[in-house]
Design a protein around this ligand. Structure first.
Ligand code: OGA
Ligand code: NI
Length: 355
């Protein structure tokens, strides 16, 4: 009885080990990270995808270059669902600062990082892959998740005090990103010849931003262990600072995997999420993507998920539903909830929204 009580008590307070701690302890690789023997090996060489660098400042110019840039945006988003963005208003030095502070955070001793440990039932905080069911293959990464906007949704107890400047820089980064995000939504609408606020209206005034700092330790079996399993993002759009030196991010198109290009330090990668695919009535794509592990090097990424207001009605924009292109998706109001359920089953949530 005593033992049972004790085990119930420990169950309530799950003690997790991050991947970094598993590696540091020199433990044998747990089966829980291994893909099924029938799965294709993950470390095969892949072709590189060809995505344009879009000049955000040009998208609003009325000259011919502006029109051309809009059509490049339209073309990339309707094929890959991903673009690199430059001239976005955030300096290269600032992006470097955010990135380097992330690196410093993950280099802290385990006890320091555990001060920000995620608690059961909360997505915010520091920890390993969320473990909702026992037979799920685990992703080889640790992460810190923080809701950064609206400010009243912040849980500041999870915001690192060390390294110095992390939290202030994250706040500043959030505010700078908001300007960029608004422009990007307007540009997407213009590229589809819609009124420029049409997506922003659905996205909402109090849309949520979730920052996720990903750390992928070097992995002993990069052929069999995945960094992040294949998924579409549940966001409207996702802003990504991938590792400057270590590749790993891959996108799926027409039945094949491609590796993402290394992006120069002044650019931000933006990929669309499922909710943007819905709003664009399937013209723009929410790409299926994954991260593979690396045998020798650690990898870091800084990701921001831009998620519509909870309860805001997300549906194909009126102007994009025609006789030739009937409405593809239902109206969804709380995509996040649906997303969680599907993600862990390895299914694409967007399919649940299909008419
Ligand atoms: C994600 C993701 C890519 C990366 O966090 O959803 O796809 O490069 N990350 O870390
Ligand atoms: Ni993703």
């Amino acid at each position: 009885m005593q033992d049972r009580l004790k085990s119930v008590a420990t169950m309530e307070k799950p003690k997790f080990k991050t991947v970094q701690e598993v590696v540091a302890a020199g433990e044998r690789l747990s089966e829980r990270y291994l893909l099924a023997p029938t799965d294709e090996p993950l470390n095969c060489p892949l072709p590189e995808m060809d995505i344009p660098a879009i000049d955000l400042s040009l998208l609003f110019s009325s000259c011919e270059d502006g029109q051309e840039e809009l059509s490049r945006l339209h073309s990339a988003l309707s094929t890959w669902g991903v673009v690199q963005v430059v001239n976005h208003g955030i300096t290269e030095a600032f992006l470097e600062r955010m990135y380097n502070l992330t690196k410093q955070f993950f280099a802290l001793p385990a006890e320091e990082k555990h001060k920000y440990a995620r608690e059961a039932g909360n997505i915010q905080g520091y920890g390993n892959d969320v473990i909702p069911c026992n037979d799920q293959v685990l992703d080889w990464l640790d992460r810190l998740v923080l809701t950064t906007y609206p400010e009243d949704k912040r849980q500041l107890k999870f915001w690192p005090q060390v390294p110095t400047g992390f939290s202030e820089t994250l706040h500043e980064y959030t505010m700078k990103q908001r300007v960029l995000i608004e422009k990007f939504f307007k540009a997407m609408a213009r590229s589809l010849e819609l009124e420029e606020n049409c997506f922003l209206k659905m996205y909402g005034e109090n849309a949520i931003m979730n920052a996720r700092f990903n750390f992928f330790p070097p992995c002993p079996r990069p052929d069999k262990v995945i960094g992040i399993k294949a998924h579409g993002d549940g966001s409207a759009i996702t802003l990504l600072l991938p590792d400057r030196d270590v590749e790993g991010l891959q996108f799926f198109k027409d039945g094949k995997w491609y590796k993402a290009p290394m992006v120069p330090p002044n650019s931000i990668l933006i990929n669309l999420g499922d909710q943007m695919e819905i709003m664009s009535n399937g013209i723009f794509k929410s790409p299926f993507h994954r991260v593979v592990t690396n045998g020798g090097k650690e990898r870091i990424s800084v990701v921001t998920f831009c998620v519509p207001d909870l309860g805001s009605e997300i549906q194909p924009a009126d102007g994009l539903v025609t006789e030739a292109r009937p409405r593809l998706y239902k109206t969804v109001t709380n995509f996040g909830e649906l997303y969680h359920k599907y993600y862990h089953q390895g299914r694409r949530t967007i399919e649940a929204a299909l008419i």
